[in-house]
Each structure stands twice: as structure tokens, then as C-alpha cells.
Design a binder for this molecule. Structure first.
Ligand code: NAD
Ligand code: TYD
Length: 337
């Protein structure tokens, strides 16, 4: 039985990972440590609160004593670190918390993994650590790190710390670097859920700049199966890129959402660009496909339909998420664009 400490397991990707693991693998016990920031939501774990192989604990990854206590009490063998401040736009307005959680928090978890001699430390990183691409080429695991936003700089710092703990103290680690995720339970500050929510409410769809920025899109369930492969099959010290083989411009993504919802293109509004906006990300995922036998299960066209259907079926989840401070956030972010 694997004894996992999953951090950030009430967020978007972490909660999907907890759901997938408990549904498909009976041989794991998960302690889920999450601070429940604006992005963490216990409703993301509905139906799994009382699962016998799941224990949720509200807490901060920067609290080393709490982390060590959990490791001892639950005989944890592996940490999978999803916890992070994850939104580029927020990192431009308030970078400090990104350093605290993404850098100091990862350092705190690494110290615990080292001192408690854990079997493995898995860092969930991002393709944004590589910087940006022109029209050609893809990021490989050997691409030098060259982050451009405070968010990606904090994630790159964390990746360097993970490697340094491996080199200096022999901590056994893996790092996965994925492209943009989409799917159920994503907070509507990121492109796809924000546009779905606005389109459903016949509100403007704010496209930054010319809308020709390119991202590779990865369905969140496919990301979770890739992480499971890394957890169970990867040799220590290996880094894996995870991508969906689905490059799209932002205008293409929004066009598909509008078509599926039968809403007019006139809802699209070009607004002031994000400062330092990375033009293109594209992932070469050949290593994980070849060495661990992983494959994405859906195309973008299939995944986006599943995602929109999920948001349509989960109106209560969506209306709870956009109540409270969300409108204040939206107005502060978009009123001056
Ligand atoms: P998210 O913002 O939806 O969730 C983050 C979770 O971490 C939340 O539940 C939050 O409460 C928790 N958290 C934040 N600070 C914490 C702290 N100090 N201690 C404990 N918990 C804390 O993020 P996500 O989209 O699910 O991303 C998960 C991971 O994947 C992150 O590390 C992110 O950098 C990485 N990633 C995300 C994407 C993407 O497209 N969403 C792409 C590449 C990499
Ligand atoms: P986002 O979902 O914030 O992810 P990231 O910046 O980490 O790639 O943004 C995805 C793309 O969509 C990015 O090019 C910025 C753009 N974007 C908009 O045009 N409008 C928006 O309202 C948002 C949130 C993003």
C-alpha cells in the first residue's frame, strides 16, 4: 500500500488526482494537505470526504512541524507536491505569496523528505519554466530553464531546489512539467473556465492582445494518469514533460467554446495584453510516451466538449465558486484592461 502525502489536493489538478487515484487504485492511502486558499475548495472532493483511504488536513506546506507530524503519524513514503499559487496574472499583481508557497513551501517539504528519508518526492512543475517559444520547436526535458513571469520564476526556483536536494542529500525525486490543463473543477480565473462561465452568462470574453498566443492543452484526467505512471514506474532523478499534443491559439479555444454553446463570436472582446505575455508553449512529450508508455486519452476537441458538459451539469459548483470575492477579483483584473 502506497502512503502518499498529496499537497494542494483541494485545488484543480490535485483534486482530480485524488479522485482518480482513489477510484482506480485500491493500493494507496492519501493524506491531502491543503491550506484552502481562494483556489482550494472542499467541494472539489465531494463524495470522497469519508473515503477510507483519504484523510483531508487543512494546513500550510510552509509549516515544517505539521508536515513532519503527518509523515510520522501516517507513515508517509512519498510526497506529491501540487500545492502552489498557480495563476500568472495574480503573480504579476502580487508576486510575494508565490515565493512563499512555491519556493519556501517546496523547500520545507524537501527538508521533511530528506530528514524522514522518504522513498520519493514528486514535484508537479510546469512547461512555463522553459520560457517561451517562437513559431517553431518544442520544449524538451533538456531545454534550459528561462522563466519569464513571477509565477514561472518561482516554479523554476522550486525545480532547482528539488534537483539540489537530490544532488546534495540524495533525496530521490521526479519532476513532471506539464502544459496547460483543463477539465472539471478548474477555478474560473484561467482561460477555459473563465470563458465558459462568461459565455454562459452572455458576458464579454476578454482576449488579451491579438489572441494569437499559443498553448498546448492537456485534459486534466490525462495529466493525472501520467503522474500515476511517474509515481509507480519512473526511476529516481528523471524529469518528464507531459503534454496533450493539442496546440491551439487562444482565439481557436474560445471559438470552439462559443460554437459548442451556440453563442455569438461578438462576445469576444480584445483587451489590453498581459505584461510580458509568453507567446507560445509547446511540449515534446516523447520521453514519457516512450519510457513509461503513457498516452493522452482524448483529443482537445473531445476534452473541451467533456469539460463544457461538466460545467453545464455542475451549475451549483460554478455558482458557489463565483460567489463571494470572485466578482471583486474579476472587476479588479478586467476593469482597467
Ligand atoms: P490550483 O491553484 O487550482 O490549486 C492549488 C492548491 O494549492 C489549492 O487547493 C490551494 O488551496 C493549495 N495551496 C496553495 N498554497 C498552499 C500552501 N501554502 N499550503 C498548502 N496548500 C496550498 O492549482 P492547479 O491548477 O491545480 O495546479 C496544481 C499544480 O500544477 C501547481 O503546482 C501548478 O504550478 C502546476 N501546474 C498547473 C497547470 C495548470 O494548467 N493548471 C499547468 C502546469 C503546472
Ligand atoms: P491562463 O489560463 O492564465 O494560463 P497561462 O497564462 O498559465 O498559460 O492563460 C492561457 C492563455 O489565455 C494565455 O495566453 C493568456 C490568455 N488569457 C486571455 O486571453 N484572457 C483571459 O481572460 C485569461 C485568463 C487568459
Amino acid at each position: 500500500m502506497k502512503k502518499l502525502l498529496v499537497t494542494g489536493g483541494a485545488g484543480f489538478i490535485g483534486s482530480n488526482f485524488v479522485r482518480m487515484s482513489l477510484s482506480e487504485h485500491s493500493d494507496c492511502f492519501i493524506v491531502n494537505l491543503d491550506k484552502l486558499t481562494y483556489a482550494g475548495n472542499l467541494e472539489n472532493l465531494a463524495g470522497f470526504e469519508n473515503h477510507p483511504n483519504h484523510k483531508f488536513i487543512k494546513g500550510d506546506i510552509c509549516d515544517g512541524l505539521a508536515v513532519e507530524k503527518i509523515i510520522d503519524q501516517y507513515k508517509i513514503d512519498t510526497i506529491i507536491n501540487f500545492a502552489a499559487e498557480s495563476h500568472v496574472d495574480r503573480s504579476i499583481t502580487e508576486p510575494k505569496i508565490f515565493i512563499e508557497t512555491n519556493v519556501t513551501g517546496t523547500l520545507t517539504l524537501l527538508e521533511a523528505a530528506r530528514d524522514k528519508k522518504l522513498e520519493r518526492f514528486i514535484q508537479i512543475s510546469t512547461d512555463e519554466v522553459y520560457g517561451q517559444l517562437g513559431p517553431e520547436g518544442k520544449f524538451t526535458e533538456k531545454t534550459p530553464l528561462s522563466p519569464n513571469s513571477p509565477y514561472s520564476a518561482s516554479k523554476a526556483a522550486a525545480d532547482h531546489l528539488v534537483k539540489a536536494f537530490g544532488h546534495t542529500w540524495g533525496v530521490k525525486y521526479n519532476i513532471s512539467r506539464c502544459s496547460n490543463n483543463y477539465g472539471p473543477y478548474q477555478f474560473p480565473e484561467k482561460l477555459i473556465p473563465l470563458m465558459i462561465n462568461n459565455a454562459l452568462n452572455n458576458k464579454e470574453l476578454p482576449i488579451y492582445g491579438d489572441g494569437l498566443y499559443v498553448r498546448d492543452w492537456l485534459y486534466v484526467y490525462d495529466h493525472c494518469t501520467a503522474i500515476w505512471k511517474v509515481l509507480t514506474e519512473a526511476p529516481p532523478g528523471e524529469i518528464y514533460n507531459i503534454g496533450g499534443c493539442s496546440e491551439k491559439t487562444n482565439l481557436e479555444v474560445v471559438g470552439l467554446i462559443l460554437d459548442y454553446l451556440k453563442k455569438p463570436k461578438s462576445l469576444i472582446e480584445h483587451v489590453k495584453d498581459r505584461p510580458g505575455h509568453d507567446r507560445r508553449y509547446a511540449i515534446e512529450a516523447r520521453k514519457i510516451i516512450k519510457e513509461l508508455g503513457w498516452q493522452p486519452s482524448v483529443s482537445f476537441e473531445q476534452g473541451i466538449k467533456k469539460t463544457i458538459d461538466w460545467y453545464l451539469k455542475n451549475e451549483v459548483w460554478l455558482s458557489n465558486v463565483v460567489s463571494g470575492d470572485y466578482q471583486k477579483y474579476y472587476d479588479s483584473m478586467y476593469s482597467n484592461r
